[in-house]
Design a protein around this ligand. Structure first.
Ligand code: HGY
Ligand code: MN
Ligand code: MN
Ligand code: MN
Length: 410
């Protein structure tokens, strides 16, 4: 690993990546305070600005940009025709609050740079080729991850998705309408999915396996089973001053016990459980909390471990919001990505991940998918400390170019 690329890298690739990252830097970016990270929640002004940027950038490559029935943006070089004919790539542009610069944008920017590289060399794909920007991948606003890809594949019911509510109590339906989305046909598009022969998502690694191996690029084998569960804890509202401690039924105290129990279960079961999105009602300091709503993000290396951890939580009746089974990526796609990595970088390495991705949702829906991971020098993700060097980003993009060229050659 770590050899210099064997084939001559397109010298413009690195410059293209830098140019596009700087074009979007100011959108929800940290500005003067690096610790602020990037906040680009789905359908907010920041996300809409990035969607406009994506449409302009893809349009400048002559791609035809449109939105599918689930709010995802697609930029087509030619148009889908017939089952399993298109090669697609891309990722997402939304972020978690105070997230990193790479999670999502690296995949979209690398895909735009890859198409530009193919065009610079005068290549015309023998099949339709598209770049996708999946909407609401992080699920930071409404709680469920990969909303755009889950609605597109039908694993998330359209009405349920539109009925999701954000922290301000605003319904997704109203927010998407305000964002100019046509909701008349909002829902799954099996025909679009059936037209895709191969989907490839390039993504910054969310961990440090590649850094530990000394590898600039890796190929995904699988995604852990994971999901999000919602738990409501009841209590009794009363005056914070006049209610004796012995007469209280404080929902937040009960939630605190649960939060500590979640960590114990994770350690005992070998699972990874995280409590987030805590909502306290009524929320005033001088009222004893009557209800706490919290979400548990639960993941494990195998389904039996995940099931056991969730069984330990049963007494709190967790509501399954988005269980995603273990996903193995398509073997042929994985082998092609490894072969491309070997041709370009002189080596290939493959690994699983506990991070969820839209490609996993598409793979579960029968679309042959693969992922290219780019080394994360710090191993941190979902924080401003997430980092990938330009050399590693260029190596990842070069493997994507090589794969697209090989896959779309006549
Ligand atoms: O949460 C995840 O696993 C992904 O980063 N959206
Ligand atoms: Mn991501
Ligand atoms: Mn993420
Ligand atoms: Mn993803």
């Amino acid at each position: 690993q770590g050899q210099t690329p064997k084939t001559t890298l397109d010298p413009a690739l690195a410059g293209d990546l830098c140019a596009m990252f700087s074009e979007i830097e100011g959108v929800g970016g940290p500005g003067e305070d690096p610790s602020r990270g990037y906040t680009r929640s789905a359908w907010t002004a920041q996300d809409l600005a990035l969607r406009d940027w994506f449409a302009r950038r893809a349009g400048s490559l002559g791609l035809r940009v449109g939105t599918d029935s689930a709010g995802n943006q697609w930029a087509w070089w030619d148009s889908p025709h017939g089952p399993r004919t298109a090669v697609t790539c891309g990722s997402h542009l939304d972020s978690v609050p105070s997230g990193g610069a790479f999670d999502g944008p690296l995949g979209v920017i690398s895909s735009l740079a890859a198409v530009a590289s193919l065009q610079r060399r005068g290549l015309t794909p023998s099949c339709p080729l598209a770049i996708v920007n999946f909407s609401d991948e992080e699920g930071a606003r409404f709680g469920i991850a990969c909303v755009g890809s889950r609605v597109l594949t039908g694993v998330l019911d359209a009405e349920r998705a539109l009925g999701l509510v954000d922290a301000e109590g605003r319904e997704a339906r109203e927010i998407l309408r305000e964002a100019g989305q046509d909701l008349s046909a909002y829902g799954a598009d099996p025909e679009l999915l059936a037209s895709i022969a191969t989907h490839i998502e390039l993504h910054v690694e969310q961990g440090r396996a590649l850094a530990d191996k000394g590898a600039p690029v890796g190929v995904a084998t699988h995604i852990w089973p994971h999901g999000r569960w919602r738990i409501d804890i009841g209590g009794e509202a009363n005056h914070a001053g006049t209610t004796p401690m012995g007469d209280r039924d404080d929902a937040l105290v009960a939630a605190a016990a649960l939060i500590l129990r979640v960590r114990e279960i994770a350690l005992a079961r070998g699972a990874r459980l995280t409590v987030g999105r805590l909502g306290i009602e009524p929320g005033a300091t001088n009222v004893i909390p009557s209800r706490v709503r919290l979400w548990v993000d639960a993941r494990a290396g195998d389904s039996a471990t995940l099931d056991a951890a969730l069984a330990d939580l049963a007494e709190w009746s967790p509501l399954n919001e988005s269980l995603t089974p273990a996903t193995s990526f398509d073997e042929d796609v994985r082998e092609r990505l490894c072969a491309a990595s070997t041709r370009v970088l002189g080596a290939a390495t493959a690994e699983g991940t506990a991070a969820g991705h839209d490609s996993g949702i598409l793979q579960d829906a029968g679309v042959p998918c693969g992922m290219i991971f780019v080394r994360n020098a710090t191993g941190f993700s979902h924080t401003p400390r997430e980092y990938a060097t330009l050399a590693d980003c260029t190596a990842g993009a070069a493997v994507l170019v090589e794969t697209l060229e090989e896959r779309t050659r006549a």
